[in-house]
Design a protein around this ligand. Structure first.
Ligand code: NAI
Length: 699
């Protein structure tokens, strides 16, 4: 089969325009790299070519490496080889950037002699998000171009900048409008043809000293972080090499660092999480077309409703907020205003952007205001009867075809749907707190929901910049159901002898930013307490129940907001201190139950926690609540703080080995056969020598 044309060449007098043409994002697959390489070689030998413009067809420059080549050995020419041809060209090369210019794409542009771009172009080196250092010369050329102090944060965080910010940094030489981008690039190329080409390979002493100081400062910052990635440390080494060594030596150093990253478990974990999100994001509704959504209703302006409204406004949607009375409505609007005020204070948005968003918000206590809504998200109190009354109102006022979504955390959405005249329009959209920040959106699919409603949920999630994961209806759906079980495992260990502080520390060393008890203090003990009281009557009498959390709540110790929880918080916002009174309370509970405290190693804490975690996750799969292991990984990484560089709990299980996890479960089951009963799916996979990863690959 003839190779597709990945490079479109045209000419304007003596200027050769080379257009990257690999829709939609012009990723740098092997064919593109080879053809660009050949075109640049030919241009060097062609006397009629006096200058070269590099641009991207179809509205984007290039998103960088082709992820489909990830798992295969990549073949030369590398992006770095092509970049070298560009930077070594005796004829000026100008890059014209629009849309995305990321990763390997930006690295090509960095090798050019000048760069012009549009204001809305996105420029960045996001490799670190996959646990990699840029491998096409980015770590060497970016610090040379804009200085190490500016280059480091961009690369260490993998952040994008727009065209105007890039101009201010010196990353672009000129910003212009899209329609005249190529003209501007050609003009620039002609101007460069007249003069001597700048060779910014050398770094002067002052820049070197300033750069090394910036490297040292970042090194200190990373050293204080418990889970800095190897790629971040190697990035600093690469930039130091850029400052201290000639370009060729620096490029060799970068290549070594890149290969080291490729072989690291952190890269494999991060790449796994990336692919898991892509898999989870595919709508299970097949070819069903999403319904159009522009006007959204949000019922309930509390913690979640306000955050959901902000997420919708940020995505350009019109929002109608509904509350039960005027005072609650004002409080809801104030919550939304507060979010934007904090964003303004932090410099994340400007006053004009805030005004544009708030102009799309309206508020009412009368449900009639929802008559035109395309989709309504209900976020009122977590009580079936309250929600059912709201749904009856929605059924009455909303136009036919409007989607009626609920943000419930636990309630039976099938029951809610059955109680109105249009169950096909009812779906769960389970946001996480804060809803405008957290990436996970569980799309809970009740039995009668129409396919195009499910498709709309997935399309909306993409529009909101969320990671959608399809979940079936059960108590807690995917995330909260699994959370409940691993939190129980932590409670049992606490009662059996590990302190909450040791458990938190062991899990923070494992990779969590916060252990489970610290997290409980942050979210507030009162919510869980109310749920436990509600469920007390239906709790199986034989199940083990740890009362420590209830005892804390009885004293009014709800966590950070009350100054005490598992930890003490003498000052607001401070990291919690160990509390001897909490330890004494736990001792009392043990005594009351006749439990003799025994020591736990940090390793045992992690093993028990993860065994409970993986076991419940396997049951969630078995029950069809999650479609694939990757969906569970995507959910737990994006909604529950599971360390992303480990890929997710199912990836962790595969890495640890399913037979080892099963053996742990069987040994713990001797203490408490009900809680630790191994999942059938886990047993089968372990027996067959299979993995969760293999289930992801099944169609
Ligand atoms: P909240 O108590 O902060 O807010 C509930 C709001 O609903 C209040 O402002 C209340 O005035 C309003 N409301 C009550 N009845 C109403 C009615 N009939 N009509 C209009 N408004 C009414 O509660 P929160 O935390 O925002 O939770 C809301 C829902 O979101 C619950 O179903 C909860 O389970 C769920 N959820 C909560 C999360 C959290 O972290 N807080 C996370 C994910 C879901």
């Amino acid at each position: 089969m003839p190779e597709q044309t990945r490079i479109h060449a045209t000419r304007q007098d003596g200027v050769l325009l080379l257009g990257l043409n690999h829709p939609p994002l012009n990723t740098l697959d092997h064919a593109l790299r080879q053809q660009l390489h050949d075109a640049l070689h030919a241009a060097a030998l062609d006397a009629s070519v006096q200058a070269i413009v590099l641009h991207g067809a179809g509205g984007n420059f290039s998103a960088g490496a082709d992820i489909r080549e990830f798992d295969q050995p990549r073949q030369p020419p590398w992006a770095g080889d092509v970049a070298l041809l560009i930077s070594a060209s005796a004829k000026p090369v100008v890059a014209a950037l629009q849309g995305v210019a990321l990763g390997g794409g930006l690295e090509l542009a960095l090798a050019a002699h000048a760069r012009v771009g549009t204001a809305d172009a996105r420029l960045g080196l996001p490799e670190v998000k996959l646990g990699l250092v840029p491998g096409g010369g980015g770590t060497q050329r970016l610090p040379r171009l804009i200085g190490a102090a500016a280059a480091l944060p961009l690369m260490l965080e993998g952040r994008n900048v727009d065209g105007n910010a890039a101009l201010a940094l010196g990353l672009l030489d000129e910003v212009c409008d899209g329609p005249v981008l190529l003209d501007a690039a050609v003009r620039k190329a002609r101007a460069l043809r007249e003069g001597a080409l700048a060779r910014p390979d050398r770094i002067d002493d002052a820049a070197r000293q300033a750069g090394l100081a910036a490297v040292a400062a970042q090194r200190q910052r990373l050293a204080a972080k418990p889970h800095a990635l190897p790629a971040q440390r190697l990035l600093l080494d690469c930039v130091a090499a850029a400052l201290e060594q000639p370009l060729e030596a620096g490029l060799r150093f970068e290549r070594e660092a890149f290969l080291q990253c490729v072989a690291s478990p952190e890269h494999r974990g991060l790449a796994h999480a990336f692919f898991a999100e892509r898999l989870a994001g595919k709508s299970p509704a097949g070819a069903a077309r999403p319904r159009p959504v522009q006007k959204v209703g949000v019922v309930g302006g509390g913690t979640m409703g306000a955050g959901i409204a902000v997420a919708m406004l940020d995505a350009g949607l019109d929002v109608v907020l509904i509350e039960r009375d005027a005072a609650s409505l004002q409080a809801g609007q104030d919550r939304i205003g507060g979010v934007y005020q904090r964003q303004l204070d932090a410099g994340r948005i400007d006053a004009a952007a805030r005004a544009r968003r708030l102009a799309r918000l309206s508020a009412a206590t009368d449900y009639a205001a929802l008559a035109e809504a395309d989709l309504v998200v209900e976020a009122v109190f977590e009580e079936m009867e309250v929600k059912a009354r709201v749904y009856a109102e929605l059924d009455r006022v909303c136009r036919p075809g409007a989607i009626l979504a609920t943000n419930t955390s636990y309630l039976d959405i099938d029951q809610l749907a059955r109680r109105i005249s249009r169950p096909q329009d009812v779906i769960g959209l389970h946001f996480f707190s804060p809803a405008n920040v957290m990436k996970l959106l569980e799309i809970v699919v009740p039995g009668q929901v129409a396919d195009d409603v499910v498709a709309t949920g997935f399309a909306l999630a993409r529009r909101l910049g969320k990671v959608p994961v399809r979940a079936g209806v059960c108590d807690g759906f995917i995330g909260n159901r699994i959370l409940y079980v691993y939190r129980e495992a932590a409670n049992f260990m606490m009662e059996d002898g590990a302190s909450p502080y040791q458990i938190d520390q062991a899990l923070e060393r494992f990779g969590y930013a916060m252990g489970p008890f610290r997290t409980a203090d942050l979210t507030g003990g009162d919510i869980g307490w109310a749920t436990r009281k509600r469920k007390a009557a239906t709790r199986p009498p034989e199940a083990r129940y740890v009362r420590v959390a209830d005892r804390l709540c009885e004293r009014g110790w709800f966590g950070q907001k009350t100054g005490r929880g598992y930890y003490r918080y003498p000052e607001r916002g401070q990291r919690g201190q160990h509390d001897p009174e909490v330890l004494a309370l736990i001792d009392d509970e043990r005594a009351a139950r006749g439990i003799a405290a025994r020591p736990f190693s940090d390793e045992e804490i992690v093993r028990r926690y993860m065994a409970a975690f993986v076991n419940e996750a396997a049951k969630v799969l078995e029950d069809g609540i999650a479609l694939r292991p990757a969906d569970i990984d995507a959910a737990l990484v994006n909604g529950y703080g599971f360390p992303r560089w480990r890929g997710g709990p199912m990836k962790y299980a595969d890495d640890a080995g399913l037979p080892a996890i099963l053996a742990d479960l069987e040994s713990y089951a001797k203490e408490d056969p009900g809680f630790w009963a191994p999942s059938e799916l886990l047993r089968r996979l372990a027996r067959e020598g299979s993995t969760f990863g293999k289930l992801n690959r099944q169609p």
